[in-house]
Design a protein around this ligand. Sequence first.
Ligand SMILES: *Cc1c(COP(=O)(O)O)cnc(C)c1O
Length: 369
Amino acid sequence: MKRKVPFFEYPRIFTDHEEDLISILRDIGNRGAFIMQQDLASFETKLAQFTGAKYALGVANATDALQILLMASDLEKDDEIIICSHTMIATASAIHHAGCTPVPVEVGPDRLIDSEDIERAITPRTKAIMPTQLNGRTSNMEVILRIAEEHQLSVFEDSAQALGSTFKGQHAGTFGQGGAISFYPAKVLGCLGDGGAILTNHQDIYDKSYQIRDHGRTPDGTIKLWGLNSRLDNLQAAFLSFQLDKYSTVIERRRQAASIYDARLHHLKQLQLPPKPSTNSDHFDVYQNYEIIAESRDNLIDHLQEAGIGTLIQWGGIAIHQFRNLGFKQSLPKTDNFFSNCLMLPLNATASDDDYHYVCDCIVSFYSS
Ligand SMILES: *Cc1c(COP(=O)(O)O)cnc(C)c1O
């Protein structure tokens, strides 16, 4: 029987909790508490507690979070920062707008930055590594921190997709100088619009970031550096606080969905699946996305679409080094190959077990016909 399994249902963020969200809006509206108010401060405290970061700071979005982190650090114009080519353009543009140069390297077999390729790309101008903790999985940070230490590099994490994900029990975004979290609606913890946060364990970076997000102002109103206007709305912070209280259930549901895919699809030799959810592994994954490598990908997409199933190729199918118009000149054949075969299946907290089994049925039938 045919059903509809959309890739993501935006209205559900609102409709699943309509009454609670409306009463939060009414409360905030009646208090006129829109910018830099108590709800933001308490969400920041809650987020810091959840991740184990010393400091959390709400900002307008994760792209700004990355740029502010870089502006708050001792980087100079044209310093090189190594990133994975399999990431959103935002990772690279934040670096560009902070006056530095993004240097993309290969994607590894785990869909995250290839640590061997990081070492190859280091030059005398390299000052930092910025791994993207993609698809809700945290890189092997032991290896990355070791490389950083050997070459005296800073580490910033694009953990936009990885809130709640851990490596050896430590949360994404808390390993190096700082990390960025996104609350874009389709992210694992989404708000009703744009939102983001900085995580850091370093007081100097926190203090500077705190000022930069609000025009360079200190809490007493003096201005010591150039800032931006990049505050997280108090209303969004209040919505996020409400969602964060239920977040462990959301993560559990996403991991269940990944388990269904793994159990039903792992035997197909035409597919390479992401690592399956495990409780005795160094990695705890929150499955922001379920990204597979698929033979005959484009035909599979058509087949699934005809069956009412939404899929997506991440970043519109373009890796960072392929943006020749932005000046990138790297040759990254492994990443080129990855992008000709990668695909994301629907994975969210709202679809049912039957939905996931239906997706699996359709994939199995595609490869057996
Ligand atoms: C979503 C995303 C961003 C940007 O987040 P915004 O909050 O939309 O600015 C950056 N990097 C990655 C890997 C993302 O997935």
